[in-house]
Design a protein around this ligand. Structure first.
Ligand code: SF4
Ligand code: SF4
Ligand code: FES
Length: 493
């Protein structure tokens, strides 16, 4: 455990800790470009130079291990001068096109220049080396080689994280540039992380660029519901519109995000977003749609003729509300929250074998409320005894073969038209989990709650409130006044 002093503060660190990491533990920030905590150390940008007593020259803090008795200065005149020189060097061939660069506001070059340099360049604009600009690479990214500072974070990400090695540094010296290897395509499923880790405006997201200036964006911490991994994310939004999803790195689950998860926000503001009810193909207001659904449930004549199926795409609150609908309002025994699915990371990075976000949460609802197995529900449907099935739109697929033959009257909850199964009789629109809080349990058993980033359209409510109304139209009160009411009896351990 070497003990060293950084800017007059003493710290003892684990063997192998670098000066940059030791400084970080002390709360001393050392500027860096090529260093990234999740990538190998490259030590190429020289932005992290620090002064070590008795060392003949400045050393790179990201690649120098802390040693017993070291005295380090991160703020000496020598260090400050070196930072100015490094920035001047990195900007020699920079196109200085900041006014039209989408990285403005979160650019490492702009920020460090303002903080550590403010030095006038001695190199003329006319002598700058020109490189390729605005080159679309893969489905998600655009590359501007002129803005690149050759930190190689993007190259190392593809080599070390996705292990697909699509990128490389071509040519030499000031003619070096990042390029795609011959025969490769930049479509490894995690490409948008490259735009995140590029410290400058060289890699930008095709989906996000020029949609918003980043300083207008508000950030809401929430959870990705793209699969059972349940990555922690931040929704960036302005004026009630979501513009991008960014990772919220955490020790338990994720540093990165998959490209598919990044796009989950699109459904919230998609053209097929539902805000009313649908009876067969006709759109009607939500209240009459709820009344019609309740009438059809009542018309089934006996509780045994109605079934309720939970959904791994719904929150614990909404599944629990459906369980209460079955037990306390309809009073049927034909309800099912038995939706086990194989869980686990399927690609060695993040994407889960289970494409639904809350299979583990549904299991908690089953533990609290009971119910029959999916097989038993399918056979009750096949026997023709069940006349009405209430579920979430995507969950209806669990019973697809039997729905086609048994043809029960299908009542579903959906957020988007694309989710509605062809067999649906009534569809009830509910608020997305970007608009309302919901509890999810990921494949690791970690409980996570979504935070509303935007407001739902007028009249669109959380699913548990629709369930409560459906019960009320059938003459029962579930006493659900809040999401917490729905969670009563659920044991999260
Ligand atoms: S494109 Fe960005 S991440 Fe890649 S080497 Fe250049 S500056 Fe670094
Ligand atoms: S791995 Fe799953 S939870 Fe994580 S970002 Fe991708 S879809 Fe979302
Ligand atoms: S961050 Fe240390 S050399 Fe780049």
């Amino acid at each position: 455990m070497p003990k060293l002093t950084i800017d007059g503060k003493t710290i003892e660190v684990a063997k192998g800790t670098t000066l940059l990491e030791a400084a970080q533990q002390l709360g001393v920030y050392i500027p860096r470009y090529c260093y990234h905590p999740r990538l190998s150390v490259s030590g190429n940008c020289r932005m992290c130079l620090v002064e070590v007593e008795k060392a003949p020259k400045l050393v790179t803090a990201c690649s120098t291990e802390a040693a017993e008795g070291m005295t380090v200065r991160t703020d000496s005149e020598k260090v400050k001068a070196a930072r100015k020189d490094v920035l001047e060097f990195l900007l020699i061939n920079h196109p200085l096109d900041c006014p039209i660069c989408d990285q403005a506001g979160e650019c490492g070059l702009q920020d460090y220049y303002m903080e550590y340099s403010l030095k006038k360049s001695r190199f003329s604009r006319e002598d700058k080396v020109r490189r390729g600009k605005r080159r679309p690479l893969g489905p998600n990214l655009v590359l501007d080689n002129e803005r690149c500072i050759l930190c190689t974070r993007c190259v190392r990400f593809c080599a070390e994280v996705t292990k697909t090695s699509e990128l490389e540094v071509m040519e030499r010296a000031d003619h070096s540039f990042i390029d795609l290897k011959e025969g490769k395509a930049l479509d490894n499923g995690y490409t948008l992380n490259i735009a995140d880790i590029c410290p400058v405006g060289a890699w930008t997201s095709r989906d996000f660029r020029f949609k918003q200036r980043v300083w207008f964006l508000k950030k809401t911490p929430t959870v990705c519901l793209g699969c059972a991994t349940g990555c922690q994310i931040e929704a960036h939004h302005n004026d009630n519109t979501i513009y991008r999803i960014m990772p919220r790195p955490n020790a338990e689950t994720n540093t990165w995000l998959c490209d598919q998860g990044r796009m989950t926000y699109k459904a919230v503001q998609a053209g097929d977003r539902l805000s009313k009810g649908v009876i067969r193909n006709g759109v009607i207001d939500l209240e009459p749609a709820l009344r019609e659904a309740a009438t059809r449930i009542d018309a089934a004549h006996s509780a045994a003729a109605v079934a309720v199926l939970g959904s791994p795409w719904l929150s614990v609150e909404d599944n629990a509300a459906l369980a209460r609908l079955a037990k306390d309002a309809i009073k049927t025994e034909s309800f099912c929250f038995d939706l086990a699915a194989e869980q686990g990371i399927k690609d060695g990075i993040l994407i889960n074998k289970d494409a639904a976000p809350n299979t583990a949460g549904v299991a908690l609802v089953k533990a609290a409320h009971g119910g029959i197995s999916l097989g038993e529900l399918a056979s009750r449907l096949a026997s023709g005894k069940i006349k009405v099935l209430v579920t979430e739109a995507r969950a209806a697929a669990f019973l697809k073969p039997v729905l086609a033959s048994a043809k029960p009257l299908l009542i579903v909850f959906a957020t988007n038209r694309a989710q509605i199964p062809p067999e649906a009789y009534a569809t009830l629109a509910y608020a997305s989990y970007f608009e309302t809080p919901g509890t999810f349990v990921n494949y690791q058993g970690l409980r996570r709650t979504t935070e509303p980033a935007v407001n739902a359209r007028e009249g669109v409510k959380p699913l548990w409130t629709l369930v409560s109304k459906l019960a009320a139209y059938s003459g029962a009160s579930l006493k659900l006044d809040s999401p917490e009411d729905a969670l009563k009896g659920i044991d999260f351990k």
